[in-house]
Design a protein around this ligand. Structure first.
Ligand code: GLA
Length: 682
């Protein structure tokens, strides 16, 4: 079964509406709803007094309607009584302001009172519903990521630091506290990063974000374990959210959940929305090492700065199926019914304010039918021969002040690399450096392959012919050594600027950038020359460098492209180095989308990696999952796509061969066995 549904908040509605909700869910083919995400103040109206009557009734009603439930623990939004009883459980900002209730996520994860209250409500829910027949999944909390800088956090941070660094000398060394007289002589002197006079110590900030990730994970694990004890057969997850403000290292969390669930809200409306969707799906699959679940996305209006954007007809279906094609076990939305009031009253829903007689609900009915039809074939794997490195701590390290350029943007850089491969039609995975830096094992069990324990995600680096690193600023010796081995054994490595620069503590690897990869790349970068906004630097292949340039010296590598302007005229810009049986490329300038795509296509051709469906029209995206071939037409006219073999339209059940026409803005799902597909594409 594929999951299809979304957040359902019956506590916002009079009970008379519930039967209509269930009837509409059945009409749309909804299979599952997330229930109770923000229901704490209803379930526990005062400390220790529980009211489960309404939840009992809605669970039973859903069950009678054949709808499964992802039951949430409501711990992301403590009720107002909690604030008054436990003011120390409220979060404090870096400026020292203690927040109060009135929104959501008003808790400090390090406050014992909050943790105890969260355990209590989770225990009550487990005791009552762990064996309810409607329960399919536990949905713990909502989008972990809350930040607090209070004294309770300070004390938890210090304990975490003691475990990580052992003693203060090691911490002082790791944080380079000799700079600006920051040497700590007592653990009690260490605070969470708080408002300070000028630039904070970047290593301090980085460790705090790592701490917060672990601290939040501890809160998740605590709930997970008590839910599991109540009924080990029910899978448990929490919904991951992406964003620069989120101090959660999802690659590390992934092994703690039974299925990786991800909220993804692509906001681009200028034709990049498709690429953003593909990026979110591929990254989620990487975290999961396979199948994952799209837990939330917007059914219609998308938040874009300054103005919401309504989805074009067909986009809901096209994007939802794209997540499924990229490994999701279904498509779920925020939310089922658009609320009458509350902070997100204009956020889109499957049943909008205007009711079910609307384009979005009609499209949902069609989508529900399609998901049901393809469900029996949709459990396969997505294969890729190219992987991009992703590292949350590198992102965090590149968010501080004091960097060489204000427009350094980790997410944008990684997305651009993914977009280039996406536009070339080359399937792409993500891989993650293991956290061997602190002596901890990385994701035990699945950290194999030529990457050893130093790279995780899928099967380490073993399945890949090409690995691309973009802004992977921090790297441990072990992870760098694994990449060296990968190249020596015949792999193709592409390293862009700002990768391999520092150790996991953020200390620069000396002797020339990128210190972790100088030998494998055969280059030495002696000077960074960030470009002023809006300026470019000419390259001798006719392309332009954007945002960034560097003075590169070769030390064994051949120069493929040279700078052709500024003081760098004639100096190497893009290099290629044979290393063992493999090849390592260094790309020092920033490139625009087309130039990056052409370069990666050249690397792919050399490595023998081909697009999934060579010769497809450019507006058509092809994704293969198991034996299903998904064709997405993002264009405004019908597209004729030549097929590599014959198969069956998985929705209409009609035989297809030679070519098919995918309608404008439409999707076609074809069941094509490997023998048909592989015989023509290799
Ligand atoms: C998140 C939350 C939801 C809702 C949506 C709005 O994903 O989990 O509760 O606020 O954002 O986009």
């Amino acid at each position: 079964m594929l999951f299809f549904g979304g957040d359902y908040n019956p506590e916002q509605w009079p009970e008379q509406i519930w039967p209509e909700d269930v009837a509409l869910m059945r009409q749309a083919g909804v299979t599952i709803v997330s229930l109770g995400v923000f229901a704490w103040s209803h379930l526990e109206p005062e400390e220790g007094r529980f009211e489960f009557g309404r939840l009992d009734r809605i669970m039973d009603l859903l069950h009678d309607g054949g709808i499964r439930v992802a039951l949430a623990t409501p711990t992301a939004s403590p009720p107002p009584w909690f604030t008054l009883a436990h003011p120390e459980g409220l979060p404090v900002t870096a400026d020292g302001v203690r927040l109060t209730h009135g929104s959501r996520d008003t808790y400090c994860v390090s406050a014992p009172a909050y943790r105890a209250a969260a355990r209590t409500i989770a225990t009550e829910l487990a005791a009552r519903y762990a064996r309810h027949p409607a329960l399919a999944l536990w949905h713990v909390h909502n989008e972990y990521g809350t930040d607090c800088r209070c004294d309770l956090t300070a004390s938890a941070f210090r304990s975490w630091l003691e475990k990580r660094h052992g003693d203060l000398d090691a911490l002082n060394e790791s944080w380079t506290t000799a700079f600006w007289s920051q040497r700590y002589s007592d653990w009690a002197q260490i605070m969470p990063p708080r408002a300070t006079q000028y630039l904070p110590n970047p290593a301090h900030v980085l460790d705090f974000r790592r701490f917060l990730s672990d601290e939040l994970l501890g809160a998740f694990v605590e709930q997970r374990d008590l839910l599991r004890e109540a009924n080990p057969a029910v899978p448990i997850t929490t919904n991951f959210v992406q964003g620069g403000w989120v101090s959660v290292d999802h690659a590390r969390w992934a092994s703690e959940v039974d299925i990786v669930a991800v909220d993804h809200y692509p906001a681009a409306v200028d034709g990049r929305g498709e690429a953003e969707t593909a990026f979110g799906g591929d990254l989620a699959r990487g975290w999961a090492g396979g199948e994952w679940l799209l837990m939330e996305t917007a059914p219609n209006l998308i938040y874009t700065p300054g103005r919401m954007h309504a989805k074009e007809p067909g986009r809901l279906t096209r994007h939802s199926l794209n997540y499924v094609a990229r490994g999701s076990r279904g498509a779920m939305y925020f939310q089922w019914r658009q609320p009458r009031g509350g902070a997100e009253l204009f956020h889109s829903a499957l049943v909008p304010h205007a009711g079910p007689d609307t384009p979005v609900f009609r499209e949902a009915i069609g989508l529900g039918r399609t998901l049901k039809t393809i469900a029996p074939y949709a459990g396969g794997e997505v294969e890729a021969r190219v992987a991009i490195g992703w590292d949350a701590p590198s992102w965090w390290a590149l968010q501080g002040g004091g960097l060489p350029a204000a427009d350094i943007d980790y997410l944008a850089a990684v997305q651009q690399t993914h977009r280039a491969l996406y536009r070339s039609g080359i399937p792409t995975d993500f891989v993650f450096p293991g956290r061997t830096d602190s002596g901890e094992a990385s994701r035990a069990g699945d950290a194999v392959g030529s990457g050893g324990a130093a790279w995780v995600g899928g099967a380490g680096l073993r399945p890949y012919k090409i690995v691309v690193l973009t802004h992977l600023f921090l790297i441990s010796d072990e992870s760098a050594a694994a990449l060296r081995e990968f190249v020596a054994a015949g792999g193709h490595l592409v390293v862009g600027h700002l990768s391999g620069i520092a150790d996991p503590a953020g200390r620069i690897r000396l002797g020339g950038y990128p210190g972790a990869f100088r030998d494998v790349l055969g280059v030495r970068v002696v000077e960074w020359r960030p470009l002023a906004p809006g300026t470019t630097i000419a390259l001798d292949d006719g392309e332009q460098g954007v945002r960034w340039s560097e003075r590169v010296e070769t030390a064994g590598a051949e120069t493929v492209v040279r700078y052709a302007g500024d003081v760098l005229a004639g100096a190497p810009a893009i290099t290629r180095n044979r290393f063992g049986a493999g090849v390592a490329w260094y790309v020092s300038p920033g490139l625009d989308d087309d130039a990056l795509r052409r370069l990666l296509e050249r690397v792919a051709a050399e490595a023998g990696v081909t697009p999934l469906l060579p010769g497809r029209p450019p507006e058509v995206e092809a994704v293969r999952r198991g034996e299903l071939l998904f064709l997405f037409n993002h264009g405004s006219g019908p597209a004729v796509v030549a097929l590599p073999g014959s198969g069956t339209n998985a929705v209409t059940k009609r035989a297809v061969s030679e070519s098919v026409t995918v309608p404008a803005g439409g999707v076609m799902v074809i069941n094509m066995p490997d023998r048909e597909f592989k015989s023509r594409t290799g």
